[in-house]
Design a protein around this ligand. Structure first.
Ligand code: CP
Length: 337
């Protein structure tokens, strides 16, 4: 069974539809995505206080397991867990027993034996968080922090929160995702979220070599010419060229890619005058985006980073709440039997 065919809904949700793991946006409906956005909205104010803490995960242990490098996701998950008053363990994979050949399953078993309540997992293999969620001790929540090319659901949700803040909603929006869609877990999750939340149009703009074969089946139109694709856009989301995942030469050169698909002020001027510019980071200036645009008045790139904390607080508190509710229901069932 592939990750895409996996029973995402039953794995991620309790019998009464509460979040218990957060692995992918597949199978999650508009009401739940909106609930996540609304919950995150309520946490934004926490980040503006002098004492940035609420007690929702007090006494809980959150383990950050990053098998791939990260700046934004790892830092904002750690800050989010701390703002929820959890104890946080950041396992340094480079100095952990993984480097001595310990398997993922054995690493997990040992960390579970330390009474961990939640694992935040980033892994280069698509499906690694699903694999863990299928075998983890009941009561422990798994949060996907990006797996291979498959999904980066908290990134997509922080992007949706940023869009909603700046545009008020999704219904009338024309949104484009530009660049290396082929290797992008972020793009897959964003397209899924935008469709579920009711965006008027989702298009991808890229050379054919950087598009998956079945790209339209993700729920988007395709434009190969960026000059045409920028027309009337309300939101443009630039993607990083993911050279670490590229096999073979997919581009003539970075210079040529930037000429055709890099976002500069001239191309941005073709979009709606209020078009916002997004990028999940890390950005490569002069490869995907011109500095004048990345740092310009239409850029909301750093808002995305800030919103990552609130979204991750929302997802972690909701998943822990779902796990606790499920355990209470099982205990009540056993008491009645
Ligand atoms: N957007 C994102 O996932 O960035 P990091 O790789 O720095 O976490």
């Amino acid at each position: 069974m592939t990750v895409e065919q996996a029973p995402n809904r039953s794995l991620q949700l309790t019998a009464d539809g509460q979040l218990r793991h957060f692995l992918t946006l597949d199978g999650l409906d508009r009401a739940l995505l909106t609930d996540i956005l609304d919950t995150a909205d309520s946490f934004i104010e926490v980040g503006e206080r002098s004492i940035k803490k609420v007690p929702l995960l007090r006494g809980r242990t959150v383990v950050n397991l990053f098998f791939e490098s990260s700046t934004r996701t790892r830092s904002t998950f750690e800050l989010a867990a701390k703002r929820l008053s959890a104890d946080v363990l950041n396992l340094d994979i480079n100095t952990s027993a993984t480097s001595k050949g310990e398997s993922l399953s054995d690493t997990l078993l040992n960390l579970e034996a330390m009474a961990s309540d939640m694992f935040v997992v980033r892994h280069s293999q698509s499906g690694a968080p699903h694999f863990i969620a299928e075998s983890v001790t009941p009561g422990v929540a798994i949060i996907n922090a990006g797996d291979g090319r498959h999904a980066h659901p908290t990134q997509a949700m922080l992007d949706m929160l940023t869009i909603r803040q700046h545009k008020g909603g999704f219904e009338s929006l024309k949104v484009a995702v530009v660049g290396d869609v082929l290797h992008s877990r972020v793009a897959r999750s964003q397209i899924r979220a935008l469709n579920e939340l009711g965006a008027a149009e989702v298009r991808v703009i890229a050379p054919g070599t950087l598009l998956p074969r079945d790209v339209e089946s993700l729920g988007c139109s395709v434009e190969y010419d960026m000059q045409k694709g920028m027309k009337d856009l309300d939101v443009v989301i630039m993607l990083r060229l993911q050279k670490e995942r590229m096999e073979g030469a997919l581009l003539p050169s970075e210079r040529e890619f930037y000429r055709l698909y890099g976002l500069n002020q001239a191309k941005l001027a073709l979009a709606h005058p209020q078009c916002i510019v997004m990028h999940p980071g890390p950005i490569n200036r002069g490869v995907e985006i011109e500095s004048a645009v990345a740092d310009g008045p239409q850029s909301v790139i750093l808002d995305q980073v800030t919103n990552g904390i609130a979204i991750r607080m929302a997802v972690m508190s909701m998943a822990m709440g779902g796990q606790v509710a499920e355990r209470n229901q099982k205990q009540a069932g056993r008491a009645q039997a």
